[in-house]
Design a protein around this ligand. Structure first.
Ligand SMILES: Cc1cc2nc3c(=O)[nH]c(=O)nc-3n(C[C@H](O)[C@H](O)[C@H](O)COP(=O)(O)OP(=O)(O)OC[C@H]3O[C@@H](n4cnc5c(N)ncnc54)[C@H](O)[C@@H]3O)c2cc1C
Length: 300
């Protein structure tokens, strides 16, 4: 019989002061006073675990989960406004998102499982700034704008400038992310695709994820945006691939040449989910497949 020792590990939450403001103004005032000492709690699906493993050393929690003024999806014609506390499930269920941002809908559909989707918010997904944040690649190809608020006022930050590193964003300690706006694109219509690869089909953090928005007309890539998750310290745009494709005639050989440029846009790491080599190899293969499908009129 094998002799073994049973070790029980408890992760305890540290002692922490807890506030639950009932308005955004109240929350901003509190955050203005507490600044770096406090952390915002939305759905808690990242933060509670992070507090247990002591990723953040804070003495105060400001729970904004009851601020219904930050929970909405509004179609204004030229843009869709999504409140920071909108849950991933609400995004998956929205007919506006399905019609106007289908890759975001697909990312929400494939995000964890329904218990997590009901708690997790879009604001939390972005502010947590994981390289694997599933809503990031679709929002990067839409060139979404993030709105922040603090007692000093509001700021608009292009999402392309929001992620600064793993768990680092452009947010100041006194700011709350309040809204994400997706601009609607002018005609001709854009084609969209999204693919998330994990070690199993559902309930999984991605090994790689890819979002594409492409405007293809007269057999030419008029414009194209490509973004990837889990392939660099932050979610990234594949700028070299985009530059290569833009203005070129659509053909299989052009697509094959383009995907080779991906190596210079990403910096994958090896971790428990996959090796860096596998990540790059599979991302190129998926990107090629997705582009070939898109040019034939398909999307995901
Ligand atoms: C089992 C499991 C499966 C998961 N699967 C996935 C998955 O498939 N895809 C994926 O992308 N993620 C996944 N996650 C991670 C997590 O669910 C998401 O990142 C989620 O969107 C975080 O949102 P939240 O509202 O729970 O954020 P919280 O945990 O409340 O907060 C996350 C971070 O953002 C900050 N924050 C939150 N909201 C704001 C705001 N409005 N302004 C300023 N700062 C803010 C917090 O201070 C904290 O640092 C999973 C997590 C678990 C536990």
């Amino acid at each position: 019989m094998v002799d073994y020792e049973v070790v029980t590990v408890f992760y305890r939450l540290p002692e922490i002061r807890y506030y639950r403001p009932s308005t955004l103004d109240e929350a901003l005032k509190l955050l203005g006073e507490l600044s770096e000492k406090a952390r915002i709690l939305a759905g808690g699906t990242d933060l509670v675990l992070d507090l247990k493993i002591k990723r953040y050393n804070v003495s105060d929690l400001i729970d904004i989960s009851k601020l219904n003024e930050l929970r909405y999806i509004i179609d204004e014609g030229d843009r869709i406004r999504i409140g920071a506390l909108t849950s991933i499930q609400e995004i998956a269920d929205s007919s506006v998102i399905a019609e106007k941002a289908p890759s975001l809908k697909k990312a929400a559909d494939e995000f964890a499982y329904w218990q997590i989707r009901n708690m997790a918010t879009i604001g939390g997904n972005l502010c947590n700034a994981s390289p694997a944040a599933d809503t990031a690649p679709p929002l990067l190809v839409h060139e979404a704008l993030v709105k922040t608020a603090s007692i000093e006022g509001e700021r608009i930050i292009p999402i392309t400038e929001f992620f600064k590193g793993p768990r680092q964003t452009a947010l100041k300690p006194s700011e709350i992310l309040v809204e994400v706006a997706i601009p609607s694109k002018p005609q001709p219509p854009w084609r969209h695709a999204y693919y998330k690869l994990g070690r199993r089909r559902g309930h999984e953090i991605s090994v790689t994820s890819i979002a594409i928005a492409a405007s293809i007309d007269a057999g030419v890539f008029q414009d194209i945006r490509i973004a990837l998750g889990s392939m660099a310290p932050t979610p990234v745009r594949a700028r070299s691939v985009e530059v290569f494709l833009k203005g070129r005639k659509v053909s299989e050989s052009v697509i094959e040449e383009a995907v080779e440029k991906l190596s210079s846009d990403v910096k994958p790491i090896s971790d428990v989910r996959a090796s860096a080599e596998y990540r790059l190899h599979v991302s190129k293969a998926l990107l090629k497949d997705m582009l070939l499908k898109l040019v034939k009129g398909g999307g995901e």
